[in-house]
Write a protein that binds this ligand. Structure first.
Ligand code: TYD
Length: 207
């Protein structure tokens, strides 16, 4: 049986994660993996219900701690119900966002502190840390402009430009802090170039 592999895709809103996830899935399947794609917050019935609460534009009074705990709750359910069992059975799991989103959005941009947010999330994720994380790095204003063209903005996307700038900067500092795990990629590069960088790193990982 193949050993499970856990890959997460991170980046500011509108950084092109979905496109790269689809391309990576194709590649991993060619390499013989059974691939599971999931997204956060979401990926289970309970986690999707929590997502509805978190992203509801009417809930402007939500406190940062409530927000952080809701993301962690959605994550705990996803790990126990879907990600953990899939990894244990040798699948490749690609998650659109994971714990780094909480470290950056809640820990840094909301100011709760990376250490505090990590501590809470340890209970949600247990032993399941990503083998590799790709950060699609994009200036905040470019990401939000891309999103605006696609759909109505949700509660998080409707935050100020300052907030989104703090997110983009937070991701960069996290990549510097965990250079072995997080690979930062310029998201303004052509799609094929980004895909090539990701495949190169995965090749190293799976040998
Ligand atoms: P989503 O529509 O999935 O955004 P995207 O398409 O950009 O991935 O919405 C998820 C939003 O929730 C996004 O703005 C990032 C935010 N988020 C957090 O603040 N903390 C978290 O732990 C996670 C997983 C997401």
């Amino acid at each position: 049986m193949k050993k499970g592999i856990f890959i997460t895709m991170e980046g500011p809103d509108g950084s092109g994660k979905s496109t790269q996830i689809a391309l990576l899935k194709e590649y991993l399947e060619k390499e013989g993996y059974d691939v599971l794609i999931t997204r956060e917050p979401g990926g289970t019935v309970i986690s999707e219900a929590i997502r509805e609460i978190i992203l509801n534009k009417d809930y402007t009074e939500m406190s940062p701690v409530t927000e952080m705990l809701l993301y962690a709750s959605a994550r705990a359910q996803l790990i126990s119900e879907v990600v953990g069992p899939a990894l244990d059975s040798g699948k490749a799991v690609i998650s659109d966002r994971f714990v780094d989103s909480s470290l950056v959005y809640q820990g840094m941009a909301r100011g709760l502190g990376v250490g505090n947010v990590y501590e809470v999330n340890c209970q949600a994720i247990g032993k399941y840390m990503p083998d590799v994380t790709f950060l699609l790095d994009l200036p905040a204003d470019v990401g939000i402009a891309r999103k605006k063209d696609q759909k109505e903005l949700d509660r998080m996307e409707s935050e100020s430009l300052e907030f989104h700038k703090a997110v983009a900067q937070g991701y960069r500092s996290l990549a510097e802090r965990f250079p072995e795990r997080i690979e930062k990629i310029d998201a303004t590069l052509p799609i094929d170039d980004i895909c090539g960088i990701i495949r190169g790193r995965i090749k190293e990982l799976i040998g």
